[in-house]
Design a protein around this ligand. Structure first.
Ligand code: ADP
Ligand code: MG
Length: 228
């Protein structure tokens, strides 16, 4: 049986409710589980809780009720040291905006997670170059983000997120800022890299093409998360 990468058990989430602010419920006792090598597409309208869901699965949200399990172990959500350790080693994020470091080249941006892990710079550069070539960036290895197109910047951000093979890749509308054609190609590359590396991921998107190529589709409705 496939291992569980992340699961949410009876997780509830709301915003507000303090200082007289109205309380908005986002999730009401949701259950969710992602298996090893599974790629799930998260489709829901803006404002319905996609980002909140990814932040919970990525241990970035400490204001929840219920439990999050990583590899079957309950996470101590309030424990910053423990959760940031898990995040750094096991979880990769790709956002709508690339968040690349402007002063550094494509290769340099991609090697950071490897240097953090203590890999020597030369080996890190080799790995990053290999991955960037896979996504067609061989001619732009030494360009800085400002010298790259939006699609190219996102390809670098994707390489940076998966360079140390995170057990869980969370992507929050990673092609939301791109035109349709570029979005389709970047999304195709992201899913191909996940598959090739046997990684698991949750991808929030509005792109209908994504619905066709993921293993499973989920949606958010009335505070619940369900397959469709
Ligand atoms: P999505 O990513 O699907 O657009 P979000 O998870 O960003 O949805 O937001 C879900 C709802 O929660 C929205 O109504 C949003 O306005 C609200 N929300 C998000 N973050 C906060 C916050 N920090 N404080 C209060 N409300 C928030
Ligand atoms: Mg969002």
């Amino acid at each position: 049986m496939n291992k569980e990468i992340v699961s949410l058990r009876k997780v509830s989430k709301w915003y507000g409710g303090q200082g007289g602010l109205p309380k908005t419920s986002i999730f009401n006792e949701i259950d969710f589980s992602l298996k090893e090598k599974e790629i799930v597409g998260l489709f829901a309208p803006s404002g319905s809780g996609k980002t909140t869901f990814l932040q919970i699965a990525g241990l970035l949200d400490t204001q929840i009720e219920g439990n999050v399990f990583i590899f079957g172990s309950k996470v101590a959500i309030g424990n910053d040291y423990r959760t940031s350790h898990i995040r750094r080693r096991k979880i990769g994020f790709v956002f709508q905006f690339h968040h690349l470091l402007q002063e550094f080249s494509a290769v340099e941006n991609v090697i950071f997670p490897l240097l953090f892990e203590g890999l020597p710079r030369n080996s890190a550069i080799k790995k990053a170059t290999y991955l960037l070539k896979k996504v067609g960036m061989e001619d732009k290895l030494y360009n800085r983000p400002a010298e790259l197109s939006g699609g190219e910047q996102q390809r670098v951000a994707i390489c940076r997120a998966i360079i140390n093979k995170p057990a869980l890749l969370l992507a929050d509308e990673p092609t939301g800022n791109l035109d349709q054609k570029t979005a389709d190609s970047v999304m195709g590359l992201l899913i191909k890299l996940l598959k090739e590396n046997n990684l698991s991921g949750i991808i929030a998107s509005h792109n209908p093409k994504v619905a066709e190529i993921v293993d499973r589709r989920i949606m958010i409705s009335n505070g619940k998360v369900s397959d469709f």
